[in-house]
Design a protein around this ligand. Structure first.
Ligand code: ZN
Length: 717
């Protein structure tokens, strides 16, 4: 389980960076809550005896993680030492497969720990995370930079065509070799020593960044003393703001908490312009206050050390290093994908801004519309042009119905699988729900956990991860979780989702399906262990089914009356899909180009002031529209500074080319059918990275992917 181990945190982080935002919702708690810890023993040290090795959350305490992970590293190093020192000549079985089997304790403890630091953290876990990060980086280096071990890998790699290996084994061998080389196995001792120091420092800094940003987000909300200022917000939003203030010790006031993206959902309905500007300013400058949560010094050092790391490894920039093992292969390819779309996106955004300004002028606003006004007036444009109001559609999107009659229903139609809730397994928070996932023949495929609601202990966004990875060597089936950030409604209120929330639920379950259907022999290439610019393909692809007429009709029913959504309203949702896509595409491209700008810096150049650098980079790529700030500014861009998306935020767009192109194949072949689903399951969803994914895609599609369906979908053609 070698690669999985070294990558498991990268993958968890990468997925935790799933670019999704949050909105509202309640669910009955049916699962038992963690209680009554046993003294003296550490449950992480042994495999769970619960079904499918489900984590024993009723017995795990915060104090168990660090000793279990440290013991896991010790055991793993001992296992690796045995492999490296084996007197027998290297073979695939005694070296590569042995590595795949190693590190079981470390993987188990780390998978659960990284899930908790993302979704249910606290100061104790954060401190453990900060303490462990450099040790884990050193651990990975101790293995990759072990000369005896690398000699065995290298020797096998040289003879790979003559070893009688299966195609999957060849892939695993090639990837293992590549991992060693990319980690510096071929460098001289002095350079390896420097690399080890840089890796350790990098992991400390990314952890520090995440912890600072979580604190900055929690401290960065806008406190309102007079409820009249909240005019325009729904009763539910106002109640949520009152509860947020109460939780922050400001009872009797209202707290507009920050979401992780630049745009804040409340801005679409807040009538008070001064308050809108205050919220936008709080968002843009959340981690630039010169206090302990200021992230800029951390960012500067990260950019600098990554550039140096790439230089040591023989690459002109960190982006060149980071993209070399991706589908895109070079920063130039990734950059071209982005910059080619800039003119169409910004032209469209300028046209949208003109419409917004026209509304402002028609109302004698007397001001130039800016970023803080965008969503408020865009919402009016939407009502005027599409006559669509979020408040009209939300009653038709009740969480439980969207989940069971939408997300699970679509998966059954396409792939024949079913989900059944169970309440006997322990969970880490009362909101978490657990489902058995069965194949068409009744055989259990996976366990699936869903953690739907926003809370202070959870990072922003939405993501998927594994507690247990599918493993053909051990026969383990996947234990998978999805985490969302829907606003928890007040007690007794229904969990009503926005349209964006609905697509997020489909998105994350798309990642889950990628894990659930995995059928590889070796865990390092199982499920979502794929390049970043591929990993968002199954998830984004799954979003398409939210609007499939058969699926939609099955879940979009009024939460009180059970009536289907009127067709006129459905038509409006379909029509409104291209609404505001100039803004959405431009803010995305700006963030992706900022990522590329930071990570294409040559070593020694990353010393510029963060804000100046950002301003110049946006101007250089012609995405410097004041009314359309990047989706994430540098100071709170957790994908690239705290997660696994450094030089990889472009990947969403790369994967989007694939998801629209693949959906086009379904359209050409009769849409939502079991037969089509089976083809997609067999050729894409089950293969992990057991073979070349570009080839696999072409075999599925019968041709190269085309960008046209994407541009058409976004209304940019
Ligand atoms: Zn995703």
């Amino acid at each position: 389980m070698f690669r999985t181990l070294l990558l498991s945190s990268a993958i968890a982080l990468a997925l935790s960076a799933c670019d999704r935002t949050a909105t509202e919702s309640p669910m009955p708690n049916t699962a038992p809550v963690a209680t009554a810890p046993t003294q003296g023993e550490n449950p992480l040290l042994a495999a769970s005896t619960l079904p499918f090795q489900a984590p024993v959350f009723d017995r795990i305490q915060d104090s168990h993680y660090q000793p279990a992970i440290e013991e896991g590293m010790r055991q793993h190093l001992a296992e690796v030492r045995k492999i490296a020192d084996n007197a027998e000549a290297p073979s695939f079985t005694n070296t590569i497969e042995a590595l795949e089997r190693s590190g079981a304790l470390l993987i188990r403890a780390r998978s659960i720990f990284s899930a908790m630091t993302s979704a249910n953290t606290n100061p104790t876990l954060q401190a453990v995370d900060e303490a462990l990060a450099p040790k884990l980086a050193e651990h990975a280096d101790a293995i990759h930079l072990d000369p005896a071990l690398f000699a065995r890998v290298k020797s096998l790699y040289g003879q790979r065509a003559d070893l009688g290996l299966t195609p999957e084994q060849v892939t695993v061998l090639e990837r293992t070799h590549e991992d060693f080389v990319r980690a510096g196995a071929e460098l001289d001792a002095a350079k390896q020593a420097e690399l080890r120091k840089l890796n350790s420092e990098e992991s400390s800094l990314t952890t520090a960044f995440s912890n600072k940003l979580l604190a900055a987000n929690n401290a960065g909300g806008v406190l309102v003393e007079d409820v009249k200022k909240l005019d325009g917000l729904s009763e539910g939003d106002i109640a949520a703001a009152a509860e947020a203030a109460k939780a922050a010790g400001k009872d009797g006031q209202w707290l507009l908490a920050l979401q992780n993206t630049t745009q804040q959902p409340v801005l679409a309905s807040l009538k008070d312009r001064a308050l809108r500007e205050q919220v936008m300013a709080a968002s843009l400058g959340r981690a630039e206050k010169g206090d302990g949560n200021d992230t800029r010094a951390t960012i500067q050092r990260l950019a600098e050390l990554r550039a140096r790391k790439a230089e040591l490894l023989g690459y002109p920039s960190y982006a060149a290093y980071g993209i070399a093992d991706q589908m895109a292969v070079t920063p130039e390819v990734a950059l071209k994908l982005l910059t080619d779309t800039v003119p169409a996106a910004t032209t469209r955004a300028k046209a949208e801004l003109a419409k917004i300004q026209a509304v402002v002028d028609a109302q004698n606003g007397g001001f130039t519309a800016g970023a803080a006004d965008w969503d408020f007036y865009a919402e009016q444009v939407r009502k005027a042009e599409y006559d669509l109001d979020e408040a009209q559609i939300k009653p038709y999107f009740e969480l439980d119905r969207v989940l069971k009659d939408g997300v699970f229903f679509a998966a059954e139609q396409l792939y024949g699988i079913t989900a059944k809730e169970r309440t006997d397994l322990p969970v880490y928070h009362p909101d978490v729900r657990v489902f058995d996932i069965f194949d068409a023949d009744g055989k259990q495929l996976a366990l699936f956990y869903l953690d739907p609601f926003k809370r202070e202990s959870k990072q922003g966004g939405a993501w998927m991860g594994n507690f247990v990875e599918q493993n053909g060597l051990t026969g383990d089936i996947p234990v998978i979780y999805n985490v969302e950030n829907y606003t928890k409604p007040a007690a007794g209120q229904p969990a009503l989702l926005s349209w964006d929330d609905v697509t997020t639920l489909f998105h994350e379950y798309g990642h889950a399906l990628h894990g659930i259907f995995s059928k590889t022999t070796y865990p390092s290439v199982a499920g979502t262990n794929t390049p970043r610019d591929f990993v968002e393909f199954p998830s984004q692809f799954n979003e398409h089914w939210a609007l499939d007429p058969k699926v939609f009709a099955n879940y979009a029913k009024h939460h009180q009356t059970g009536e289907a959504m009127p067709q006129a309203l459905v038509d409006k949702i379909v029509k409104a899909r291209t609404f505001n896509q100039g803004y959405a595409t431009t803010e995305y491209l700006s963030a992706a180009l900022l990522d590329m700008a930071w990570h294409t810096l040559p070593s020694g150049d990353a010393k510029k002031d963060v804000d100046t650098f950002e301003r110049e980079a946006l101007a250089k790529y012609k995405v410097d529209m004041a009314a359309v700030p990047p989706r994430y500014r540098t100071n709170y861009f957790s994908h690239i500074w705290g997660g696994g998306y450094a030089a990889g935020y472009y990947a969403y767009f790369g994967a989007e080319v694939l998801d629209h192109d693949a959906f086009q194949w379904f359209r050409e072949n009769g849409g939502l059918t079991r037969a089509n689903g089976q083809v997609f399951r067999d050729k894409i969803l089950s293969i992990g990275q057991s073979r070349d994914l570009g080839t696999a895609y072409r075999e599925f599609r019968g041709k190269e992917p085309s960008v046209e369906p994407l541009l058409e979908h976004r209304g940019l053609k």
